[in-house]
Design a protein around this ligand. Structure first.
Ligand code: MAN
Length: 484
């Protein structure tokens, strides 16, 4: 029976040693030590050479350079430290030591009033604070539930918009091989025309040459015969002017009469005929040229050159594996018209590829979690503030009245950055940051210009709400001290 009070005397100081202002986890750092004489002592946390009596803790005198001997007072302002409120009936919390024992009940953080432990006068209001918190928590959870439904709808809109863009991309992409085939086809037709020109000439040139040579030979023969004839005519002419009619030679008379008839009927036709024949050959050459331009020659028989062969097999592959373009080798168009056609298709292809590029860039852009910003691509948020009208189109840009503040640059850590706006007088180009917050919306809830010509917007909406942990709900709760 005698042993019990003794045991209590040793254990009691240790059990009761809950040092004010120290959290439960750190209480063990404030356990007293006992010297040989049985005195309780303690050493500063960051300097064990400074030994204090245990009752020097929280005596309102700062003894340790690190302030560790005054966790429950504001006697050691440096370095600033936090006072632990137990907040029995609610959640424990911390408050700046500067607010401890300053005569003000800081119920927003210490609902148990323990921050005024020395002066007293602050009754424990944790029960009421807890009631406020429970109401807040209930409302918050109900709101988050509603917000989640709204957010899911917005995500669906974003997905739908993405899908529409993907469909558009697909429909544009299938046009590429079609257009390329058209270009190839038109080029092929234009080139085949040239090939045809050459082959007609290659093939006919020899014949035209032979014909002209033969004609030349005939001409020479005729001229030769002509000179012989002329010699004969000269002889006969001499006879007809020098014969003696007194001889009455019937045979001579008849020859001379016939010769005179021949001379009067003679026509100089042979050389003219040759000239005409030459004209016919020239016309023939011209005709051959026209024939190749009007595509009379069948392309199946076009010259078996290596480029033609490559084109032929390429076309075969295109026909077999790609959506079938209308491939027409024959064309009623002239070479110039075909060149124009190629140019037109090539421009069309360029425009098509630009569109594809723009869509691809859009699809690969970071528009935030779940592609959320995409849902707002057609939405313009506006806000009148400080005499200005601010307009924010999340994916395009921001303006202040008719001044352009900036175009979409990037999404980064729950914010969107806009830059390259109108230059600020004597300053940088205007730019902006838009941050998002969970709440009812969507709407611009704040606009500021923290630096000259850099603007800061907060857009609030359900799309930026997420499920909250109990810790997060507690953290966002603010005590309404007016109701306590
Ligand atoms: C205008 C506005 C302001 C800006 C000044 C800078 O008045 O764009 O927001 O600060 O120009 O000169």
């Amino acid at each position: 029976m005698l042993l019990l009070p003794l045991a209590l005397a040793i254990v009691l100081p240790l059990v009761h040693a809950n040092v004010i202002g120290v959290s439960n986890e750190r209480q063990h750092l404030y356990s007293p030590k006992e010297d040989k004489q049985g005195n309780l002592y303690w050493t500063c946390l960051n300097d064990t050479s400074i030994i204090l009596r245990f009752d020097q803790i929280n005596d309102d005198i700062c003894d340790c350079p690190d302030g560790s001997d005054e966790p429950g007072t504001n006697a050691c302002p440096n370095p600033p430290a936090k006072f632990f409120c137990v907040n029995e009936g609610f959640f424990s919390n911390y408050i700046d030591q500067s607010r401890v024992n300053d005569g003000v009940c800081d119920y927003d953080l210490c609902c148990d009033g323990s921050d005024e432990w020395k002066l007293g006068g602050c009754e424990n209001k944790c029960e009421e604070v807890n009631r406020q918190f429970q109401d807040y928590r209930k409302e918050k959870l109900a709101f988050l539930k509603k917000a989640a439904v709204k957010k899911a709808k917005t995500i669906k809109i974003a997905q739908h918009k993405r899908q529409k863009l993907l469909n558009k991309l697909n429909s544009l992409e299938v046009q590429v091989p079609e257009l390329k085939a058209k270009i190839n086809n038109a080029k092929l037709q234009a080139e085949n025309m040239e090939v045809q020109d050459n082959s007609v000439f290659d093939e006919l040139r020899e014949h035209f040459g032979g014909l002209a040579d033969k004609l030349e030979l005939h001409k020479r023969d005729i001229l030769h015969q002509e000179s012989k004839l002329q010699a004969l005519e000269t002889i006969l002419d001499f006879l007809s002017t020098h014969y003696n009619p007194n001889f009455n030679d019937a045979a001579v008379k008849e020859v001379i009469q016939k010769f005179q008839e021949y001379v009067s009927n003679k026509e100089e036709e042979a050389l003219e005929d040759i000239h005409e024949t030459n004209q016919i050959i020239i016309q023939l050459v011209e005709k051959a040229k026209q024939m190749s331009h009007s595509g009379v020659k069948n392309v199946d028989n076009f010259a078996p050159t290596i480029p033609n062969m490559i084109r032929y097999y390429y076309q075969l592959a295109v026909d077999k594996f790609l959506p079938k373009p209308v491939v027409e080798y024959k064309s009623d168009l002239s070479s110039n018209e075909l060149d124009h056609e190629v140019e037109k298709f090539e421009q069309e292809l360029e425009r098509l590829e630009t569109k594809i590029q723009i869509i691809k860039e859009d699809l690969s852009s970071d528009y935030g979690p779940d592609d959320l910003l995409r849902a707002y691509d057609q939405t313009t948020f506006t806000k009148d503030l400080g005499g200005y009208n601010y307009r924010v189109n999340l994916l395009q840009g921001v303006s202040q009245d008719d001044i352009f503040i900036g175009k979409f640059k990037e999404y980064k850590e729950n914010k969107v950055i806009y830059d390259q706006g109108a230059r600020c007088w004597n300053g940088p180009k205007r730019s902006a940051t838009v941050e998002f917050a969970c709440g009812e919306g969507p709407e611009i809830v704040s606009v500021s210009e923290p630096e000259k010509c850099h603007y800061y917007f907060t857009i609030q909406g359900e799309s930026w709400c997420n499920e909250a942990t109990e810790q997060e709900i507690l953290h966002s709760f603010q005590v309404n001290v007016d109701l306590l």
